[in-house]
Design a binder for this molecule. Sequence first.
Ligand code: SDX
Length: 430
Amino acid sequence: MTTPKAATLTIGEQSIELPLIEGTEGEVGIDISQLRAKTGAVTFDPAFGNTGACTSAITFIDGEKGILRYRGIPIDQFQKSPNFIEVAWLLIFGRLPKKDELQRFSEKLTAHAHLHEAMKHHFEGFPVNAPPMAILSAMINAMSCFDEHFGRFEDDEQIEDAAARLISRVRTIAAYSYRRTNGLPFMYPDPSLRYVANFLHMMFSMPYNQYIAEDEVDEALNLFLILHADHEQNCSTSTVRVVGSSQANLFASCAAGVGALWGPLHGGANVAVIDMLEKIRSGGLSAEKCLELAKDKNSGFKLMGFGHRVYKNFDPRAKILKAQSDKVLKKLGVQDPLLEIAQELEEAALKDQYFVDRKLYPNVDFYSGIILRAIGIPVEMFTVMFAIGRLPGWISQWREQHDDTSTRIARPRQIYTGNTLTDYTPMSER
Ligand code: SDX
C-alpha cells in the first residue's frame, strides 16, 4: 500500500491537510508542526506513546516483531566476539570503524581513563552508602567543570574526544564509587587493559593482587554493555535530547539522562527484579503470589522486568541475556537460585491470560542482573552498569540532534485545567 501524502483533519467546519512523513522502514508520521497555527488546537498525548519527537538514523525497533538494530545491524550479530567500544563508535559515527579508527578511539579511551585528581576528592564528600546513581550523575556533571571546552562541537574529532572522555571516565567513576562504599583503595586504570578488563581491574584488584577477568566474563560484560547501548527515544534518551535542545553541554545532558534512567520503571528495574526474586527466594513471596499481585490494580505491585512500551513481543535483548546468563553461570560454576526462579516466573507469566492479553514479555532488565551477580557486581551498581552501556547511545542521539541545524528548543504545550481568572484576596479577607 503506498502511503498517501497527507492526512485530513476536520475540526467542526474546518478541514486541514497535514503532511505525512515516512521512515526507511515504512513507519508513518503525521507532521503536526503547523497544527496550532492552522487550527488553534494542540494534540494531547501524555507520556508521548503516540508522538514522534524526532527523526533518527541510529536505532530501529520493531516492537511487534521484536526487532532491534543499531545503524541497521541486528543486535544478535554482535554476539560473536562482542566489542562494546566498536559498537559505541558505530552508534556515534554511523558506520563500523576501520581498524585504525578503532585503534585511535581505543587509545583516546586509555589516555582519558583517569579522573582529574581534584575530582577524586569529590568522593569523600558523599556519605559512604550514597546511591551510586546519585554519585554518577553528580560526577558526570562535574566533568563539565574540567572539560569546559566541550560546550559546542565543530567536527568529528571533537565529538570523538568528548565521547572518549565520557565513555572512559564513567567506568572509572563507577569503580571508584564502589571502592569508596566498600572502604577500598582506589585502583588507578591500567593502560595495558581494554575497556571491560580495565573496569573489572578498577573494581576488584587490590594493590597487592591484580584481578584478571576470565575471557567469558569479559565477553559477557562486553555483550551486556552492547545490549544496553541504545534504544531510540526511551525515557532517559529523550531526557538527554530535551536537555541538549537548550544547547546545554553534552556532560550536563548525559547527567540528566542518568537521573531519568535511575527510576524503577526504567533502568532501575534491573535492581527491582533482583529484589523481587530475592523476596520469592526468601519465602516472602511465592511466584504465584507475585503474579496475583501483578494482576491486582490496587496492589501497586508490578512484575519487574516484564512489559515494555514498544515491545509487544519478546525483547530481543532479554532472549540473548537469558542464554548468556545460563552460559556465564555454567562457566563460572556459579549456582544462582534466582535464575531458576526467574525462569519459572517467566514460564508462569507467559501462560497467564493477563500477561498474554497485555502482551507482557520479559524485557532487558529481567535477566541482566543474573549476569552481573555472577560476575560479583553488587546489586546497587546494576543501574550504573546500565548507564555505562547506554552512554554511547546518549552521546550518539545528542550528537544527531546537535548536528541537525533545524533543531529547536524542546517546549511541549499543555491543556490548562486550573482556575479561570481569579482576583488576589488580601490576608485580612481570607
Ligand atoms: C526499560 O523505553 C525503553 O526503550 C526502555 C528500555 C531501554 O532500553 O531504554 O527498554 C529499558 O526501561 C525496560 C522497562 C523496565 N521496567 C520494568 O521492567 C518495570 C515493569 N514494567 C512496567 O512498569 C511497564 O511495563 C513499563 C513501564 C515498562 C511500560 O509501561 P507502559 O507502556 O506505560 O504500560 P502500562 O503501564 O500502560 O501497562 C499496560 C497494561 C496495564 O494494565 P491495564 O491498565 O491495561 O489493565 O499492562 C499492565 C498495566 O497495569 N502492565 C503490567 C506490567 N507492565 C504493564 N502489569 C504487571 N506487571 C508489569 N510489569
